[in-house]
Write a protein that binds this ligand. Structure first.
Ligand code: ZN
Length: 377
């Protein structure tokens, strides 16, 4: 299949103006000011004025659902193919979280393979909050080396009362095993670290890295915007060569408690000297969020994948000069952090993961993932 998208306004993630994009099979074959390809096998899409951005790379999702805190009644539902597609997330990374007892990596693997067969290029992490991490084969390095969709380990919890309170040595061993599995199989083998509400912040990661031969960016902390002091630690971590991830899903109560809204957190981090390319934004889709009524905990809802696309659309409307930074943090930056070299770009040779947005409403009108047209409306 060959598809020629004509005259789209492209963000790669920086704006590069109006271009034609040629998709051949699973990849972008060429980009140019005017590409001419004809023949019965070529489908033409007139995208004049439409905004074209890379498919979103979401480093933390819970495709099988999450939560379960406060009892089995609070388990959240699976996210599902349509929800990812309609949110423009062509590369979600699935993980277990708090609950690795009522939920398993085997089931997560099945969810990931379901998304792949439907056309979304999903990946996954082995492990969970707990240490030692649960695995599929019995070993972190073997999971990463031998199971194609497994690209790292996580979300390993630190500074959280629900985590295993891992020692620096335990974190080092997890990172070393992930790195070994990645080295063998040509993956980055990162450790996505859930940073909780605890007073120690990023200290467990910094201590694990001290006196080790591991590079700073083998640990990839997430939820770093949950408090301003933690965000400041994350800025220092990024300046020292790490990648950090900001969570977009939130609630009014979390913001009242001091969480920094995602766009503000990204802007503040860049202004404070964190390298913009070392910061990503993720949804935590499927993870549980507390619901309050009149100040009382009334149950749990689930974070949704749509928050990422909402953020892109709101930024295009309200703060267009910042849109490229937001799009980069949802595409190229997480792809680099995860070692997915063909993701997050609109460039020849990249996977044909492409979104088209309506020029007036910014509504998502087309989704391509590895050249397959998943949405056309
Ligand atoms: Zn988490």
């Amino acid at each position: 299949m060959i598809t020629l998208i004509k005259n789209a306004t492209i963000f790669d993630p920086e704006p590069i103006g109006s271009r034609d994009v040629l998709i051949a099979g699973e990849r972008i074959a060429a980009i140019g000011e005017t590409l001419d390809v004809s023949g019965r096998l070529v489908e033409h899409i007139d995208a004049s004025g439409y905004i074209l951005i890379p498919g979103l790379v979401d480093v933390l999702t819970h495709p099988g659902g999450g939560g379960g805190e406060g009892g089995f009644g609070n388990r959240t539902a699976a996210v599902g193919f349509e929800a990812f597609r309609d949110a423009g997330i062509t590369c979600p990374v699935g993980a277990l979280g708090t609950d690795s007892i009522g939920r398993s990596l085997d089931v997560l693997y099945a969810e990931i393979m379901h998304l792949r067969e439907r056309g979304i290029d999903a990946h996954m992490l082995t492990g969970a909050y707990r240490v030692p991490p649960p695995t599929i084969t019995g070993d972190i390095a073997r999971d990463i080396a031998l199971i194609a969709p497994v690209i790292g380990v996580g979300e390993v919890a630190v500074s959280d009362h629900r985590g295993s309170q891992p020692t620096p040595g335990e974190l080092r061993r997890i990172a070393a095993d992930a790195r070994l599995g990645g080295t063998i199989s040509g993956k980055r083998g990162v450790v996505l670290v859930h940073v909780g509400d605890g007073r120690r912040g990023l200290a467990p990661i910094v201590e694990a890295l001290a006196d080790s031969d591991l590079p700073t960016d083998c640990f990839y902390p997430t939820h770093v915007n949950r408090r301003r002091p933690l965000l400041e630690e994350a800025i220092a971590f990024a300046r020292n060569g790490g990648f950090v991830d900001i969570t977009v899903s939130t609630t009014p109560e979390f913001l009242d408690l001091g969480e920094v809204a995602a766009r503000d957190a990204l802007r503040e981090a860049i202004a404070a000297g964190a390298p913009a390319e070392r910061i990503s934004l993720s949804s935590d889709a499927g993870g549980s969020l507390p619901v309050y009524r009149a100040g009382e905990l009334a149950g749990h809802s689930a974070a949704t994948p749509g928050v990422l696309l909402d953020l892109v659309q709101d930024t295009l409307r309200e703060d267009p000069d910042f849109a490229a930074a937001i799009i980069a943090a949802l595409t190229r930056n997480p792809a680099r952090a995860l070692g997915l070299q063909r993701k997050g770009r609109v460039a020849a040779g990249a996977d044909a993961d492409i979104l088209l947005l309506d020029p007036d409403t910014y509504a998502l009108t087309e989704v391509f993932c590895r050249g397959r047209r998943l949405l056309n409306q």
